[in-house]
Ligand binder design. Structure first.
Ligand code: PAF
Length: 284
């Protein structure tokens, strides 16, 4: 496994692989890898000849006062996990390597970024789409693997790649969960023992919403009410938002139409830790 800290080397390695006729699977991450990231690497390993992992805690997607300096950094363990899965190359740039000059150019995806995480963190998605565009430009033609846990991010990146004709196929990968239902996230390490014990309420509330849809509920407001009530009963959870949206446009829905994929998406705080989760629903 090659570990390369410079943009030039990363580009060179992947260009050589492509020239040799090998396909590239790209897995962009901020490190602190867990089983969710492992499943992205495994999917890339299954589909592609070469697996390229990137580890970069992107300052551009954190606002002042967010957890940039506290963000977990576990490079040694990350490299062990990457090697176990058969990763070919790991890109580990420094901040200066990634942004040698102050960035004057930003990639902005309109519409999809206006709600939910985009409303709660107004500069976040421009940071994500700018760094992901840089990574796509360095990696070249590839398949890129993103988890459904950050569902809005997945939708935004997929639309960006289509709008800008980036030579990248974005591959969605399912959410991985702990046995009690908590979605795997690098931020779970911030949870106190009490908050960790309470956090599976998110998945239970989402499951309740999915069960209600399976049982015939079509009214988005009723689903939002159900999830809010469920979370309201857990004193450690502070719900920030819950939305019922079209699965591809992310447009808020008032009513679920039979056979049309929708997503129930929420964010809640446990102490100072924000957790995101979501579930796919289709009205019968
Ligand atoms: O999902 C993440 O870890 C980050 O937002 C990403 C896509 C690696 C961009 O920094």
């Amino acid at each position: 496994m090659l570990v390369v800290p410079t943009r030039a080397e990363f580009r060179r390695v992947l260009e050589a692989e492509r020239r040799a006729g090998r396909s590239i699977g790209l897995v962009p991450t901020m490190g602190a890898l867990h089983a969710g990231h492992r499943s992205l690497l495994e999917a890339a390993r299954r589909d592609c000849d070469v697996v390229a992992l990137t580890i970069f805690v992107n300052p551009l997607q954190f606002a002042a006062g967010e957890d940039l300096s506290a963000y977990p950094r576990t490079l040694e363990r990350d490299l062990e996990l990457a090697a176990e899965v058969g990763t070919t190359v790991v890109f580990t740039p420094s901040d200066v390597e990634m942004y040698p000059m102050p960035t004057l150019t930003t990639v902005h995806v309109d519409g999809l970024t206006a709600t939910m995480e985009g409303a709660a963190r107004p500069t976040h998605f421009d940071g994500v789409t700018t760094v992901v565009t840089k990574l796509f430009n360095l990696a070249g033609a590839c398949r890129a693997y993103f988890g459904e846990k950050d569902y809005q991010q997945l939708a935004v990146v997929t639309r960006m790649a289509a709008d800008l004709d980036q030579p990248v196929t974005v591959v969605p990968c399912p959410i991985l969960r702990e046995a009690d239902g908590l979605a795997l996230s690098s931020r779970n390490v911030y949870l106190s023992a009490e908050d960790r014990a309470a956090a599976p309420v998110l998945h239970r509330a989402l499951r309740d919403a999915a069960d209600a849809v399976a049982g015939g509920e079509r009214d988005a407001r009723a689903l939002i009410g159900l999830v809010s009530t469920r979370l309201g009963a857990e004193p450690r959870a502070a719900l920030e938002y819950v939305a019922v949206v079209d699965a591809s446009s992310l447009e808020p829905l008032t009513e679920l139409l039979p056979g049309v994929a929708a997503r129930v998406i929420l964010t809640a705080r446990f102490g100072s830790t924000r957790l995101l989760d979501n579930i796919g629903v289709v009205a019968p």
